[in-house]
Design a binder for this molecule. Sequence first.
Ligand code: ZN
Ligand code: ZN
Length: 224
Amino acid sequence: MIPEKILPHKRSAWQPITIDGDGVLTASKFAGKPWLKKDEQWPQCPHCNNYLQFFLQLNLNNLPELLQPEFGTGILQMFYCTNCDYEGWKPFSDVHLIRIIQPKEGEEQDVEIPGNSFPPKLIVGWQELEDYPNYEEAAELGVELDDEFFEENFPISGDKLAGWPFWVQGIEYPNCPICNEKMRLVFQVDSEDNLPFMFGDVGCGHITQCKNHKNQVGFGWACG
Ligand SMILES: [Zn+2]
Ligand SMILES: [Zn+2]
């Protein structure tokens, strides 16, 4: 049972519905081929020089209607160094590249994926679910939760779009480097869900964005 006092804080979250295989360059997907500009080099890690692994991209123009234009337009991309993982948990670490690009037709590159990539998964739809904050965030909102059952089911774990972050440790929204405002969740990237990758010891990661500066996006993760 959902306690009545938390109902005002209900949010929608969307789980990606995926099929095996890659899609077009502008598609929302895990792994596969990212949209890269013609003359652009595949992003590399400044610490170990290895190519960053392409984790995912979201075509913000094709998100569920309720989210438009919440996260802006263009394509949100996430690359991450799976080789050295140097401070990869930090929201603005340079071993990952989180960015929003504005692709123009005819400027794309039929890119070759360097090295071993994860098996591609194409996002073909979104399953909308109800989501609620965890104990600590609820408390910050002035709602004391005492129902253990509730705690175990929310926030929803696994990969998801929007909703409430599943925090493994404390609440860790980064602040926008420009306006210092608390950034909000765009996409939760969990260990071993759509991507066969584990952040630390079954950590959970979050792509966040400033609502005032939509190009300010970060990625951080924590594990227990
Ligand atoms: Zn590296
Ligand atoms: Zn900002």
